[in-house]
Design a protein around this ligand. Sequence first.
Ligand code: UGA
Length: 438
Amino acid sequence: MNITMVGTGYVGLVSGAGLADFGMQVICVDKDTDRIERLNRGEIPFYEPGLEELVTKNVRNGRLSFTTDLRMAVERSLVIFIAVGTPDNSQGQPDLSQVEEVAKRLAEIIDDYKVLVVKSTVPVGTNRWVKEVLQANMKKDVKIDVVSNPEFLREGSAIEDFMRPDRVVLGSDSQRALAIVKDVYRALYLIESPFVLTNLETAELIKYASNSFLATKISFINEVANICEEVGADVHHVARAMGLDGRIGPKFLHPGPGYGGSCFHKDTLAFAHLGRSLERPVRIVEAVIQVNRDQRKRMITKIEDALGPLEGKIVGILGLTFKPNTSDVRESPALDIAQTLLNKGATIKAYDPAGMDEFKKVVRDEKVSYCNSAYEVAKGADALVFLTEWNEFRNLDLKKLKKNLSTPVILDLRNIYEPERMAELGFKYSGVGRGTNI
Ligand code: UGA
């Protein structure tokens, strides 16, 4: 089956390469000529483990190609996926202009039955609106069906998530379209991945409810961590014991500086906005958003508790991305925290295995210098702050770090190390929701 994937961002590229690997003939389309040229040269525009290999393999076997020619791709395809960006418009609503633009272009091109699959995360009601936009702009009177197919890929494990998803959600009013898209995913059907077939609005809502619930777990455990600090409890033991209850589950109960990444930020805001617009406020999600903001502020308080006034202090930051195994710094806690430290007069030395180039594009300040290793960051710094739990930070030579630091202070905001061991080694150490000697 021939498929067009419009948009070669994160979702589009992973899904396009994944569907090609499932045996589909996939043409990925983007209006960004430079991006398409780079993809045709085998360059992947962002860091995602395993993606380059998957793309190369499927380009080589002739199942995956890249073009800017939407008409050519659409004419050859029965199924067209839309995977363009829906960034936050800064009022808590996703900006749907790219989706609208693609729908209008498709309306000009389509001249026989097609199934349009919306993968971009879009507010409830958008898929129906897309169908209306298409119908209003169609040159020919042909039938098209729209299917909502939200994605649940995590950056850093996107290939694994695509190949072995917990579920595939498909929403449509058309049984015919559902059957066609189910066929696109038949490789997953064969390995018995659960499919949820439903209507458009339900599929759209599943995405927002899922991401908001995951964000809720994180804000919840962060509040538990704050209580742990007050009463001398250990949040890891609390989380482990909670997670052993099958009804709660162990995942997404790791405390830290608050969730980052574009998805949770954007989707919690959009879900809260939806609730308000319907006069059915989603109060839990409103609180989750506020707790997440406050958690970042709390991290600054921790740093100040350890260092005193920040004016003139040199703070070493390890980890800039919103989580490990990605180069993405969007909504990363490191952005907010670094900016506040700078505003309070500190100087920053930073290192991240993959995110420094992206970080530099956002934080343009001569008081931030970038290093090649954790040890270089530590040299002469008044404190080290861990902000992303990259694997390479898990086994650092702590004695060497201590020697390099001008004062042996560590703020482990991802709880990478054990408080007792750090105290034994002579560090002033604080994690999140565990023992501290600061
Ligand atoms: C998230 C969802 O997990 C995916 O299912 C979804 O498809 C994706 O959003 C999306 O909507 O596109 P992602 O943003 O890649 O995926 O990252 P997560 O692994 O969910 O982590 C998000 C943030 O939460 C990170 O900053 C991470 O450090 C933080 N986190 C996660 C915690 O602070 N504690 C945890 O226990 C788990």
